[in-house]
Design a protein. Structure first.
Length: 232
């Protein structure tokens, strides 16, 4: 006789926490996430369905397979994963567990999820993050992003935190945090996802930094061109 686990019918989707790398599509019009384990090869969106990476024709999460999204119950446990060297620049995600799921002692394996909030760490220089810049690696069709401050985020490919949230859609909220062990940010509905004064100030500071960077490059090109003319 096979024992069946009790079926759960929660009144609202369970909440979980995980870490992932923030991703930007090659054309710059879509935002997503890449996991830090086997599923990291396939970036996913804010609202997305899991698939079996082994190509099997079953619906995740199958009991005899390890397919599906993963998350843990405790935010502190998820934030602890950010201490490892390879995950230092990842973001802490707050997700809603949707569809069928399998409950474990520390978390869930499930079929569908909605990313409600993403908390990014500080810039590598220690400053508070206001934007996301190219990390120098990615997946086919996707570029990985890392948090940068106003001083360091002068590259042409950087995206403000509020800009990443708008590209991702579905009411995602992206906030700058420290170690990620504080209280969980509250997700906001899509109708209230318009940028506020702090987000606009951060975008203005980032725009000024970009202009300063372009001015520096133009000055260098002008000096180089003048030097070549004198040699001739």
């Amino acid at each position: 006789m096979r024992l069946r686990l009790p079926a759960e019918r929660p009144t609202e989707p369970p909440t979980g926490y995980k870490i992932a790398h923030l991703m930007l599509s090659q054309d710059g019009i879509r935002a997503g996430f890449a996991g830090v384990s086997l599923g990291g090869a396939l970036p996913y969106g804010v609202l997305d369905d899991a698939c079996c990476l082994y190509g099997r024709r079953h619906r995740p999460p199958a009991r005899l397979c390890d397919c599906g999204f993963y998350c843990v119950h405790d935010r502190t446990a998820a934030a602890a994963l950010l201490c490892t060297a390879e995950h230092r620049m990842a973001a802490l995600l707050q997700v809603s567990v949707l569809g069928a799921y399998i409950r474990f002692e520390r978390g869930f394996r499930y079929a569908r999820q909605r990313v409600r909030a993403a908390t990014v760490g500080p810039c590598t220089c220690g400053g508070s993050a206001v934007a996301l810049a190219d990390a120098g690696w990615g997946r086919p069709g996707w570029r990985a992003l890392v948090p940068v401050c106003t001083r360091c985020g002068h590259g042409p490919a950087s995206v403000p935190l509020a800009g990443f949230a708008r590209l991702a859609g579905e009411g995602l909220r992206v906030v700058a945090g420290g170690g990620g062990t504080g209280p969980a940010p509250t997700a906001q509905p899509a109708a209230s996802a318009e940028p506020g004064v702090p987000e606009l100030a951060a975008e203005a500071a980032l725009l000024q930094a970009r202009l300063d960077w372009f001015q520096t490059q133009l000055t260098r090109l002008g000096e180089r061109g003048g030097g070549e003319g004198e040699d001739r």
